[in-house]
Ligand binder design. Structure first.
Ligand SMILES: Cc1cc2nc3c(=O)[nH]c(=O)nc-3n(C[C@H](O)[C@H](O)[C@H](O)COP(=O)(O)OP(=O)(O)OC[C@H]3O[C@@H](n4cnc5c(N)ncnc54)[C@H](O)[C@@H]3O)c2cc1C
Length: 492
């Protein structure tokens, strides 16, 4: 039985471990931290539970697919489909609740922003068709293996090229489609779902809006951490071995093939390695001396974040599970994140409150606020002062919007920032998604899911193809499985 080492137990690592174990391989997962799940982990601060990283969950069918693969009833993975996609608070005081679903979204765009309902529906339908066309060739297949992306769907994907908006930015496409700048701002926000700027990412990335508005977000029962718990459990049932608190320091190779790994505790021989570590650090730290794909590794990085975890000793009826308080000048905010890499005084603030539905996540009458602003990557800025200034601006802005002094309700608190994202999850410079998608061809500058230099080396997770977010990390594992099957003649 071939031995596989998976480096990292993020969503990409866990789902790769499941898929390769199902192929009959002997899989071990090495995780530097003493917890499983990477960024999808939870912590308790006092009586408040927090999901520490992701909060928006789409495409639960990808988890159900893994359940089915493992012979489980997919309905055992419990989640709720949310009726609201998000509540928006604009800088002029307008508040808009956007419900999930294509018709409902179009109706809201009409009533709140004066957009033509049919026109909005047509736009959202177009995004749905774009998504369906691109998914089999772009998202579920390796772009670097002709036999994978050149499938029967490729013709459909090519025929739709005029509808993607490849040559214009997301913002340009959205502004040309909608008359009210607020409609465009709302759609532009989707660029942040893979850590990019809507003023630079191509209009193609509007397909994210299909997931957010047409399908709508879901929420795992028990919180986002339940995704990693579920995948971890599937791994254990398949006999995957976990080595927690054991950092991998080297991928050993000889004659252009992988022969094992060296960890902080042992040498571990194996024929296959799947790295779920940020691809930049995989080369820098584990493959020293190996020829690097420099062009890919030097691309602009995705954004990072400052997150406050606040246990609030009150409840706020104006707020839902997902809430956005927009910056007045959205473009200036992205300039600060990507160009000057500085603090922006009026940031867009995202507030996520799981205790709205998960009553055990906060004491009665209280709420667990996950308060996030997008931030530049770490290039040596003074993060202590950035965090303290951002805290002040969040408190001032939220207090103004909600009409009460929110600081007095903060009972417990913690925070996260780019340096911590780098040191805890090994994200290069604190970037959340590896490379940004701030250019028309960024998809082609993501690292493939396999090594072109070393036989037996594969890559999964958000820093490689197909990109950022939990669904894409799950798809990266699907591609890894397919590559391994092809390379070793294994059958599903
Ligand atoms: C604040 C924040 C908000 C986010 N919001 C969303 C969201 O709303 N929706 C969404 O879909 N996504 C979101 N994301 C991104 C999401 O977290 C990732 O898409 C997802 O977790 C998949 O990550 P991954 O598979 O690349 O692995 P990661 O979670 O990055 O895990 C990698 C793992 O590898 C381990 N590791 C690294 N190097 C080594 C080594 N040498 N040896 C052993 N172990 C190692 C790390 O410790 C870590 O556990 C967010 C992320 C953050 C930080």
């Amino acid at each position: 039985m071939m031995k596989v080492s998976v480096i990292g137990s993020g969503i990409g690592g866990l789902s790769s471990a499941i898929r390769l174990a199902k192929l009959g391989l002997d899989v071990s997962v090495f995780e530097a931290n003493d917890f499983v799940g990477g960024k999808v982990n939870e912590q308790w601060f006092g009586e408040y539970r927090f999901d520490m990283g992701p909060s928006v969950f789409t495409e639960p069918a990808l988890i159900e697919e893994l359940m089915t693969l493992c012979g489980k009833n997919p309905s055992m993975f419990l989640y709720r489909q949310l009726e609201e996609s998000c509540r928006y608070f604009f800088s002029d005081g307008q508040q808009v609740i956007v419900p999930a679903g294509m018709n409902q979204t179009a109706q809201t765009f009409e009533s709140a922003f004066g957009e033509n309902r049919q026109r909005t529906e047509r736009f959202l339908k177009r995004l749905s068709k774009n998504y369906q066309a691109l998914s089999p060739v772009f998202i579920q297949a390796s772009l670097h293996r002709l036999n994978q992306w050149c499938n029967k769907g490729v013709f459909r994907a090519i025929m739709r090229i005029p509808y993607y908006g490849m040559t214009r930015s997301m913002n340009a496409v959205n502004n040309s489609r909608f008359k009210n700048p607020k409609s465009a701002q709302l759609l532009n926000r989707m660029a942040t779902y893979n850590g990019s700027s809507p003023y630079r990412t191509p209009g193609l990335l509007n397909i994210i809006s299909h997931l957010e508005f047409n399908e709508g977000p879901a929420m795992p029962i028990g919180g986002m951490a339940n995704i990693s718990k579920t995948l971890h459990q599937l791994c254990l049932e398949l006999g995957v071995t976990f080595y927690l608190g054991e950092r991998v320091e080297e991928i050993k190779h000889s004659e252009n093939r992988v022969i094992g790994i060296r960890t902080t505790k042992q040498d571990f021989p194996c024929e296959l390695v799947v790295s779920n570590m940020d691809v930049h650090f995989t080369y820098e730290r584990l493959l020293k001396g190996l020829h690097e794909p420099k062009k890919i590794l030097r691309q602009e990085k995705s954004s990072s974040a400052i997150v406050f975890y606040w246990g609030m000793k009150s409840s706020f009826d104006q707020l839902g599970i997902h809430n956005i308080f927009f910056a007045a000048d959205y473009q200036a905010e992205f300039e600060a994140i990507f160009t000057t890499k500085t603090l922006y005084a009026d940031p867009t603030i995202y507030v996520h409150i799981t205790s709205k539905v998960e009553k055990g996540d906060a004491p009665e009458g209280s709420e667990n606020w996950f308060v996030m602003v997008n931030a530049p990557i770490n290039v040596g800025q003074d993060w202590d002062s950035f965090v303290s200034e951002t805290r002040k601006s969040c408190i001032a802005k939220l207090s103004k919007a909600l009409g009460q002094d929110i600081e007095s309700f903060i009972e417990v608190e913690s925070y996260n920032e780019p340096r911590k994202i780098e040191s805890v999850y090994f994200g290069k410079q604190g970037s959340i998604y590896g490379n940004s998608s701030n250019s028309a061809f960024s998809a082609f500058y993501r690292h493939p899911n396999f090594s072109k230099t070393l036989k037996g080396l594969y890559f999964a997770g958000v820093t490689v193809h197909p990109g950022g977010g939990i669904p894409l990390a799950l798809n990266s594992a699907k591609i890894v499985e397919r590559c391994v099957r092809e390379d070793y003649g294994l059958h599903a």
